[in-house]
Design a protein around this ligand. Structure first.
Ligand SMILES: [Zn+2]
Length: 250
């Protein structure tokens, strides 16, 4: 083959592979591409300090972002040849407004943000003044998964949220029902136990299937203790990893 023929053969191969890529994309086969990236953000930021940036404060006085960083940093170890977890810690101080565009540039398949939850001040004060047992605190406990109906991939976002909830329940994590209560600042639409619609900025502005997970309630003293155990952390990370793999590969 002379040089011109080689060049033409190269062009033809390129054109064919472009065509193949288009067909795969149109039929959704690209979901089986060999290397998928899932972006996982820790909720909130370390700096500047203060409640608005750092999230809620646990019953033991630990700012929420530290719980988020601790969990999120466990995901890269679960990366495989076909699935890479790209993690952003709260201490990287990436503002909320910048998160959607940073994730788009990373060529990711999905966006997950992880938080630790609280409750309305009135509820917390009432519970703090009552009898102190795990049962009396039960109304503010458990995990929640949020997705936005204004995300461009609403169906996929909902699917991912449902898979995460299902796997967390299978791992004996209880769903949080508090966010659906008729309280000011709550009354969210719950579409399955622990799965809620919410129009959070990072969920609606990310051009990827996106969910926000509240792992548990750190302003509940009994739940905070439980969430700090190695076993509880491992169960959570494994359940989310399983859900992500089901979402991408099945
Ligand atoms: Zn938070």
């Amino acid at each position: 083959m002379n040089l011109l023929n080689l060049y033409l053969a190269g062009l033809l191969t390129m054109a064919l592979s472009c065509q193949k890529e288009k067909i795969e994309r149109a039929s959704g086969i690209e979901q089986k591409a060999p290397h998928q990236i899932v972006v996982i953000y820790a909720g909130h930021m370390e700096a500047p300090t203060g409640k608005n940036n750092q999230g809620s404060t646990s019953t033991r006085g630990i700012p929420e972002y530290q719980f988020n960083d601790n969990i999120v940093s466990q995901f890269p170890a679960l990366s495989t040849d076909s699935l890479e977890y790209k993690v952003h810690l709260a201490k990287e101080n990436i503002p909320l407004q910048e998160r959607p565009s940073v994730s788009d540039k990373e060529n990711a398949t999905a966006y997950i943000e992880i938080h630790h939850d609280s409750a309305q001040l009135e509820t917390l004060q009432r519970l703090q003044n009552g009898v102190q047992t795990p049962n009396t605190w039960k109304e503010v406990s458990g995990f929640s998964v949020f997705y936005s109906v204004n995300n461009p991939y609403v169906q996929e976002s909902r699917d991912l949220a449902m898979l995460i909830a299902r796997n967390l329940i299978a791992a004996q994590y209880a769903p949080n029902r508090y966010h659906a209560l008729h309280l000011e600042g709550e009354q969210r639409k719950e579409i399955a136990p622990g799965v809620y619609e919410a129009d959070f900025l990072v969920l609606k502005n990310t051009e990827l299937p996106a969910v926000l997970v509240e792992r548990g309630v750190i302003t509940n003293p009994f739940e905070e203790e439980q969430l700090n155990t190695t076993e509880s952390k491992k169960k959570f990370v494994d359940a989310v990893d399983k859900a992500v793999k089901q979402f991408i590969f099945h």
